[in-house]
Design a protein. Structure first.
Length: 256
């Protein structure tokens, strides 16, 4: 283990690393009452560079082309050759969660739904407005909201967590409108597919996918979580590989 360096009086927090060993993250003040955070990049030799963006910035992903995804004052940005590239032009809003080497961004956006008629308990129909989360993909061709498992996508929530260089996207979708069941899913070629969970479980999330199409995530119920690997069409319970005597409650979050 190699610690990443921080100037005296600051804390270093790593966010992501690429295949060349370049790390991105932030240098932060330890005093939360006067909190400052500078986006930073560490070279493999330990040299640290402060990225432009001021003292409310954080870098959390770097791809193999050196493009960095992060945020400045709460707004998502890219750093390309250490120059800030704003991502939101007014046509969309949301939180990008992953960036591929091909420049594909995926994440979560929100839509305000004006509600639909429901009985208010007094025999009257009323509208109950609420926010619905939607998965999105953004590349050179534009911004696209991804479909959901529900029959009414405008009122069924979903989130895209990760993508690979083949354009496969994984995340989670609400099973149907107003459902408490969330399913791990993959989007490819415009189609959403439920990845499934272990017997005895109903809900789960797919968190990451590598360039071989292998996916990690987890399934859960009220009392238990199981880390999962999806490979070659099979669901592998990673808790089965834990030595006896350990009580594992965990999630599969990243895969290379």
């Amino acid at each position: 283990m190699t610690p990443i360096a921080a100037p005296e009086g600051l804390n270093a927090q790593g966010g992501g690393i690429n295949d060349a060993g370049v790390v991105v993250g932030a240098l932060q003040t330890p005093n939360r009452e006067e909190y400052h955070s500078w986006a930073a990049r560490w070279e493999p030799d330990g040299t640290v560079h402060i990225l432009p963006g001021g003292d409310q910035a954080y870098a959390y992903i770097i791809n193999n082309n050196g493009v960095i995804l992060g945020s400045v004052s709460g707004q998502p940005v890219l750093w390309v050759n250490d120059e800030i590239v704003p991502l939101q032009d007014g046509s969309w809003s949301g939180d990008p969660l992953d960036l591929t080497d091909n420049g594909l961004l995926v994440g979560i956006t929100w839509r305000f739904d004006d509600g639909h008629g429901q009985n208010d308990g007094n025999g009257r129909r009323r509208r109950y407005p609420h926010f619905v989360s939607h998965a999105f993909a953004l590349d050179q061709s534009g911004f696209v909201e991804l479909t959901t498992l529900g029959h009414n996508p405008r009122r069924t929530s979903a989130s895209a967590r990760a993508a690979n260089n083949s354009g496969q996207i994984v995340g989670v979708s609400q099973l149907r409108q107003n459902s408490d069941t969330w399913r791990p899913v993959i989007w490819q070629n415009g189609t959403i597919t439920d990845l499934g969970v272990l017997p005895g479980f109903e809900s789960g999330t797919a968190w990451d996918i590598n360039n071989l199409g292998q996916i990690v995530g987890y399934c859960h119920n009220e009392n238990e979580e199981r880390p999962l690997l999806y490979r070659d069409g099979a669901i592998i319970d990673l808790s089965a590989f834990v030595p006896d005597g350990f009580n594992l409650r965990g999630k599969g979050l990243m895969i290379n």
